[in-house]
Design a protein around this ligand. Structure first.
Ligand SMILES: [Zn+2]
Ligand SMILES: [Zn+2]
Length: 260
C-alpha cells in the first residue's frame, strides 16, 4: 500500500524545514554569527525555528553553547557529541541532551568564553520549554497521522517527528565525525560525508566546517554543493541578511589535499 501524499509531504516538509532552521538560524547565525539581520528578522526566524522544530526545539542559547563546546573540544572527552567518545548514536545524543538540560536549568557550569552573541527571546523559549508545549506538538503530529495514514506501519514514522532535531543531530554528529572523506588535516575526526548534502542542508561537510568555522559556505571543493549556503546567498541578495564579510559570498580557493 503506497504512503498517502499528505504524509509524504508532511514528513519531507518537517524534515527539510527543521534542518534548514537548525543550520541557518541556530548554527550559522546563532552559534557562529556568520551574518547579521535586523531584530525583526531575528524574531521572525526565531519563531520559525520554534514552529518547525516543534516538540524537539532547542533554544539558540543552549544550541550555541553546546556547539561552541563541540568546536573547542572536537572529538575529545569534553565534546558534547562525538562518535569517537560515545559507543553508539543513542548514547551520544543522550549525553548531548543531558548537557543541554543542564545549560537550560543552570546546573551545568558553562565556560564564560562560550557565552553571548546568540539570539535571546526569553518569553518564547519559556513557552517552548514547557512539557505541555512539547506534548501539544506531539499530539498535533499524531492527529495528522491518524487522519491521513492508510496503514498502521505508517505510524512508525511518528517517533521521527517527535525527535526530529535529535534525529538530525545524530546523523550530522555521528556520520560527520565518522564516515566520509577529508579535505583538511584537522586534529579531530571530522569528515565530509556527502558530496551534495541535500539530507542535512550542508551540515554533513563537517571537515570543511571545522577548518573554516566562520565561513558560511560549508562546501570547499568545486564539486561540493552546500544547499544551506545557496539559500543564504539568496537571503543576502534580497537584503534579509547581511554577510559579515563580503568575501564570504565568494568561493574559497581549492584547499590543499589532506596530508593523511
Ligand atoms: Zn563537528
Ligand atoms: Zn559550527
Amino acid at each position: 500500500m503506497p504512503v498517502p501524499l499528505p504524509i509524504i509531504l508532511f514528513f519531507v516538509g518537517h524534515w527539510v524545514l527543521s534542518v534548514f532552521f537548525q543550520t541557518f538560524f541556530l548554527h550559522r547565525y546563532g552559534a557562529h554569527r556568520m551574518f547579521e539581520m535586523s531584530p525583526r528578522w531575528e524574531r521572525f526566524f526565531h519563531l520559525c525555528t520554534f514552529l518547525t522544530q516543534g516538540s524537539s526545539y532547542l533554544n539558540p542559547r543552549g544550541y550555541a553553547i553546546l556547539h561552541r563546546m563541540h568546536h573547542a573540544y572536537s572529538d575529545t572527552e569534553k565534546d558534547p557529541h562525538s562518535p569517537v567518545v560515545a559507543k553508539d548514536p543513542f548514547t551520544m545524543m543522550t549525553r548531548t541532551w543531558a548537557i543541554y538540560l543542564g545549560i537550560r536549568t543552570g546546573t551545568f557550569d558553562v565556560e564564560p568564553r562560550f557565552l553571548g552573541g546568540y539570539p535571546e527571546w526569553p518569553a518564547l523559549d519559556r513557552i517552548a520549554g514547557r512539557v505541555s508545549t512539547v506534548l501539544l506538538f506531539g499530539a498535533a503530529y499524531a492527529l495528522f497521522y491518524f487522519h491521513f495514514a492508510t496503514a498502521w506501519w505508517q505510524l512508525l514514522l511518528l517517533p521521527i517527528h517527535f525527535l526530529m532535531g535529535p534525529t538530525h543531530g545524530a546523523i550530522v554528529n555521528w556520520f560527520g565525525h565518522w564516515l566520509g572523506y577529508r579535505n583538511f588535516d584537522e586534529k579531530d575526526n571530522s569528515k565530509n560525508t556527502l558530496l551534495f548534502d541535500f539530507v542535512c542542508f550542508g551540515e554533513l561537510f563537517q571537515n570543511n566546517h571545522h577548518r573554516h568555522g566562520s565561513r558560511p559556505n560549508f562546501a570547499a571543493r568545486w564539486f561540493e554543493i552546500d544547499p544551506g549556503y545557496v539559500v543564504i546567498t539568496i537571503f543576502a541578495k534580497l537584503g534579509i541578511i547581511e554577510m559579515r564579510d563580503a568575501k564570504s559570498l565568494q568561493r574559497a580557493p581549492l584547499p590543499a589535499p589532506a596530508a593523511e
